[in-house]
Structures are given as structure tokens and as C-alpha cells.
Design a protein around this ligand. Structure first.
Ligand SMILES: [Zn+2]
Ligand SMILES: [Zn+2]
Length: 138
């Protein structure tokens, strides 16, 4: 893996940088990630919040109660609608980034898939990685 890495939204008004390698990269099949991605699941990575910074631009946010019962703040570009980040109230030191917003997401390797109990029948699960019905035991 390579750090630092940068990314941004589709229209380019928001740019970010993470100075640490991801502590997690995986696929989340929860209902809320289906809404956020518009697809079967979200591919998300997490970095320490201290290692993350916005280089330019701003995001809009929407708070909701996720399938886990946790409060989640979802952050997106108000101009182009790209879904960029989430913040879990229960994990305030972590910053979650949507993998598709990296300038180069190709080096990521999924370490697990979670909330598979909510996976859509047409969403293909990844073979050979740890699979959890809900959140993994931490
Ligand atoms: Zn944008
Ligand atoms: Zn999810």
C-alpha cells in the first residue's frame, strides 16, 4: 500500500489527502451503504482522522442512524453528488473514505466484507476473504 494518497470528488471542487496507510479496506453490504453507493455495496477504507486532511473545497453532510444502530454522518459533494466520506459517532478517531474517490484505487486489496446478511441476491460476494453477517467482532 502507498501513503500518502490523494483523492477527490468527480467535479474536482473537493480534494483530500491521507498521510497514513488504511487501517481497514473492505466491502460493506449494509442497507445504508447501498443507498450511499447506489450499488450493491460500498467499498470503504478507514484512516486515522489525524492523518486525514481536506486540501481544498467542502462537503455537505447528512446524519442518519445506520443499520448497526450507530449514528453515521455521510459526507458528499453538494455540486456533483459524489459520496466521499463517513464518520461514525462511535469511532470518532476514524475517517472513512469511499474507495472509488481515490485518484488511484487500484492498489487496494479488500481485507474483509461486512454486513453480508443484508447483501442483495444479485451482489457477488468476494471469495477468499473474511465474511461477516454484521459488524466483525472487534
Ligand atoms: Zn464534486
Ligand atoms: Zn455499510
Amino acid at each position: 500500500m502507498t501513503a500518502p494518497f490523494q483523492g477527490g470528488c468527480r467535479c474536482g471542487q473537493l480534494r483530500y489527502e491521507a498521510a497514513a496507510e488504511p487501517i481497514f479496506f473492505g466491502h460493506c453490504h449494509c442497507r445504508d451503504c447501498q443507498y450511499a453507493s447506489g450499488a450493491g455495496f460500498s467499498s470503504i477504507l478507514a484512516v486515522p482522522k489525524a492523518a486525514f486532511k481536506i486540501l481544498q473545497g467542502s462537503y455537505a453532510e447528512f446524519d442518519l442512524e445506520a443499520e448497526s444502530g450507530n449514528m453515521v454522518s455521510r459526507k458528499f459533494c453538494a455540486t456533483c453528488g459524489t459520496s466521499l466520506f463517513s464518520e461514525l459517532k462511535a469511532a470518532p478517531d476514524i475517517w472513512i473514505i469511499k474507495a472509488g474517490t481515490l485518484d488511484d484505487p487500484s492498489w487496494l486489496q479488500a481485507g474483509m466484507q461486512i454486513w453480508c446478511d443484508s447483501a442483495q441476491p444479485w451482489a457477488t460476494l468476494t471469495e477468499g476473504i473474511p465474511t461477516f453477517g454484521k459488524n466483525p467482532e472487534m
